[in-house]
Design a protein around this ligand. Structure first.
Ligand SMILES: *Cc1c(COP(=O)(O)O)cnc(C)c1O
Length: 817
């Protein structure tokens, strides 16, 4: 069996070779004898793409002829990463491509490495959208992902003198062989201007500015190549002609200003994670992509079905967080103003079409826009929002809602300078609203949406997140995949719940040894990457203790750093103690304006510098901060992790998906009872996960009422010493006060309960070390993690959405052709 574990590819080697050479000559314009790895990347991608396009056309024809319902997944972010290895893997072509390229003198891994990592997202939310796109294709759920074709995705992170620097990532600068520009698919998007009443009482919006959206399509191939969906990304083009008179008279800037402003919409991804950007350009982005996507959907629906009253039978529109929520008002505008539909019918159609996924409960992360900005930028949409709100509040009042309930349920927040609550708009415009883990959904009902849940009972439902196992196991960890299929057979590749067949092998010494051996290989690979990128030598036999994710106070990298310092202190005090050698590995980006998060990055780097130079702990502790965390780096780190740090303040991580990737690959989790950690613990068993800290029922009220960090520090010698070392400049001798403010702020107001959870974390870390000292126990737990997390496949999540929210059939289609 080849590595793809799939039937023989459609094409024989000679045909693939000819196809690649033909692409090399006619499309790349290269010469095989002088071709660079990038030329080979282009030629092999284009060759593979032809086969994908054939399947894509079949899928599209099938949808058009059957009239099947389609899902539109609206997301401002798609953190897709590299696509070639994914596409080849799903087509069962990886080994064939390796062979053929080898015959041509090229190396497949080097070819893979040429592809830029498409980072059109910040973190978990964008990666979820990418996993969902892959799962929808794999389950033959007809779907279009709608987003923005950012010219610059998430910034590239450099670490200079221990500090984050942001440089633009221009992933498109050398062209993108996956995308098709659809110059015939364009929509005009208006901004500003004013609204008048037409002769037939219809409202007429005359925008002051019009920007054109142009579609770029990327095919998304499902598992075994049975189905191909579309990721449609919008690019902004100016509509006003270049002002030649101004240009010729020498005012080059003035001549171009309008165009620059229009095209800025698809220029950059906002780099904030869990914090709304709040700027006008962001609202322009949101409206631009929501309007273009809905206009596209209406046009296709009219072409295929002719009648807008059947829209919800043919389309389900999923709003990934509130970023596309303006679409609720925009669909009303399109149906009522443009297509002349009656308001009540349009509202029912919209609600039956939309559903909304909430991703955060943190009040500071809930999106809202000033009414004044909305009125200026989207005057007609603002009128519609008022109208929606009036009817919504009227219905609630008629049902007996009190004034305080009405004020909390209103789309307009009157307390903070009049703002539109986008979560509320998405909620009332949708027939289903989902949270992303059981805990998070429960908290949604009792906190942010408590009032709306009373006004619209039964709308909130849970859909625990998932990850695509094709990328996060089959591709990221081919050796483990091979071990699994050799042990329990290849059917697990199509049915992840079959991983449970590994359970009987968990105690088997031979199996444990194979499991540990493949792990060692992955750790050697990571050690090479760490050395290459940071110059630090790490021992692959040490315990790899890994925290990789966006840097955010609620994710509590600081807690991990405090443990690192406490461990360092303890090791120095007793260098001959019975220590487990550890590598503490961090990676993650901070939003450029999030100063405290950037300071935490600097602290991790400063601690790394001091610890790694200290001969006393040379063979015991290493600290690494790997720069520029992205999907590709995650794929290299996760298979090599022994311990997965999932240590957010309970109640604040909506789900997490990093936690699932690690457990699937056999890392043990140290974590709080937060997000999906809870459901992971239920499945792997409490004896195979290290749970610590306050749970949400305690943490949520404690955060609200505040607590005394100084008392917690006074009660813990280790914590006191660690904070003291940081505050007094042990890790920043050239600037001893560098972290004084950070420590003082923590003591004055520990919003994320770092000091409250420290002792429990420290004790639990000691249990981790003692389990590591009993390899049979450790590896048994590791195998049981892999064996018990089949449920976290995004195929399961998508099946649940398909059945309960979208009401579309999900399953495996018969192979095409
Ligand atoms: C999975 C993933 C995330 C989300 O990680 P969490 O630990 O759930 O926050 C973020 N970024 C990348 C690149 C990922 O692959």
């Amino acid at each position: 069996m080849n590595q793809d574990c799939t039937p023989a590819p459609a094409q024989d080697d000679a045909a693939l070779r000819d196809a690649i050479l033909s692409k090399m000559i006619y499309d790349v314009g290269g010469r095989e004898e002088r071709a660079s790895p990038r030329d080979w990347f282009l030629a092999s991608t284009l060759a593979a793409r032809d086969g994908i396009v054939d399947r894509w056309r079949r899928s599209n024809n099938e949808v058009a002829s059957s009239g099947r319902k389609q899902v539109c997944y609206l997301s401002l972010e798609f953190l897709i990463g590299r696509l070639l290895s994914d596409a080849l893997g799903n087509l069962g072509m990886t080994e064939q491509m390796r062979r053929v390229l080898h015959g041509l003198g090229a190396d497949l891994e080097e070819v893979f490495a040429q592809e830029p990592d498409a980072a059109l997202g910040n973190g978990g939310l964008g990666r979820l959208a990418a996993c969902f796109m892959e799962s929808m294709a794999s389950l033959s759920v007809p779907a279009i992902g709608y987003g923005i074709r950012y010219e610059n995705g998430l910034f590239r992170q450099l670490i200079r003198d221990g500090q984050q620097q942001e440089v633009p990532e221009d992933w498109l600068s050398l062209g993108n062989p996956w995308e098709f520009e659809r110059s015939g698919i364009t929509y005009d998007i208006g901004f500003g201007g004013h609204v008048t009443v037409g002769p037939d009482e219809r409202m007429i919006w005359q925008p002051g500015e019009v920007v054109r959206a142009i579609a770029y399509d990327i095919p998304v191939v499902g598992w075994r190549g049975r189905w191909v969906n579309t990721l449609r990304l919008w690019s902004a083009r100016a509509t006003d002609p270049l002002r030649l008179d101004a240009f010729n008279s020498g005012d080059h800037v003035g001549a171009l200003a309008g165009r620059v402003k229009a095209e800025a919409i698809s220029r950059v991804l906002y780099p904030g994670d869990e914090s709304p950007a709040g700027q006008e350009l962001r609202l322009r982005q949101e409206y631009f992509f929501a309007s273009a996507s809905l206009q596209d959907l209406i046009r296709r629906h009219l072409r295929l079905h002719g009648d807008l009253s059947t829209l919800p039978e043919k389309y389900s529109v999923q709003l990934n967080d509130t970023h596309p929520a303006i679409g609720v008002a925009e669909l009303m505008r399109l149906l009522v103003d443009v297509h002349g539909m009656d308001w009540d019918e349009a509202w029912e159609i919209g609600r039956a079409t939309f559903s909304y996924t909430n991703h955060t409960l943190m009040p500071e992360a809930l999106e809202s826009w000033p009414v004044s900005l909305m009125e200026r930028l989207l005057p007609r949409n603002m009128q519609i929002i008022y109208m929606i709100n009036a009817r919504h509040l009227e219905a609630a009042r008629a049902a007996g809602a009190s004034d305080s309930l009405l004020s909390a349920a209103s789309l307009i927040d009157e307390h903070h300078g009049r703002r539109v609550r986008m979560g509320h708009l998405a909620f009332i415009g949708s027939h289903k609203v989902n949270g992303v883990s059981a805990l998070h959904t429960g908290l949604m009902k009792s906190t942010v949406f408590a009032e709306l849940d009373r006004v619209c009972p039964g709308r909130i439902t849970n859909k625990t997140n998932g990850i695509t196992f094709r990328r996060w196991l089959l591709r990221a960890n081919a050796p483990l995949t091979r071990l699994i299929t050799d042990t329990i057979g290849p059917r697990v590749l199509d049915d992840p719940e079959r991983l449970a067949d590994l359970i009987p092998h968990a105690r088997d010494a031979g199996f444990q040894e194979s499991f540990a051996r493949q792990r060692l290989e992955a750790k050697q690979n990571l050690a090479r990457i760490v050395h290459l990128r940071t110059g630090v030598q790490i021992d692959p036999h040490a315990l790899f203790d890994v925290q990789i994710k966006r840097i955010h106070e609620y994710k509590r990298q600081l807690l991990n750093i405090l443990h690192t310092v406490a461990l360092y202190n303890a090791m120095r005090a007793q260098p001959m103690g019975n220590w487990v050698p550890r590598v503490k590995l961090f990676a993650g980006k901070a939003a450029p304006s999030y100063h405290r998060a950037k300071l935490i990055i600097r602290l991790a780097n400063d601690v790394a510098r001091v610890v790694n130079r200290d001969p006393t702990v040379r063979n015991l502790l290493k600290v690494v901060f790997l720069p520029n965390y992205n999907v590709t780096l995650a794929e290299n780190i996760i298979p090599a992790a022994d311990l997965s740090e999932q240590i957010s303040t309970a109640g604040l991580e909506a789900s997490g998906t990093g936690n699932m990737k690690f457990a699937l690959n056999g890392a043990l989790t140290i974590g709080t009872m937060d997000g999906a950690n809870i459901e992971i613990s239920e499945r792997v068993g409490l004896e195979n996960i290290f749970i610590f800290g306050l749970d949400a029922s305690v943490a949520v009220p404690l955060r609200r009422d505040g607590f005394d960090a100084r008392a917690a520090v006074a009660a813990s010698d280790e914590l006191d010493a660690a904070l003291d070392a940081i505050a007094s400049g042990v890790f920043s001798p050239e600037e001893p006060d560098r972290y004084k403010g950070l420590v003082e702020a923590l003591l004055a107001r520990d919003d994320f309960l770092v000091t409250a959870d420290f002792d429990s974390y420290l004790r639990t870390q000691r249990q981790v070390a003692s389990r590591w000292q009993h390899p049979a126990d450790w590896w048994r737990s590791a195998v049981l993690n892999t064996a018990n997390v089949g449920w976290f496949s995004s195929d399961r999540t998508i099946r649940d959405y398909a059945e309960e929210i979208w009401r579309v059939p999900a399953g495996l289609a018969t192979p095409p052709g």
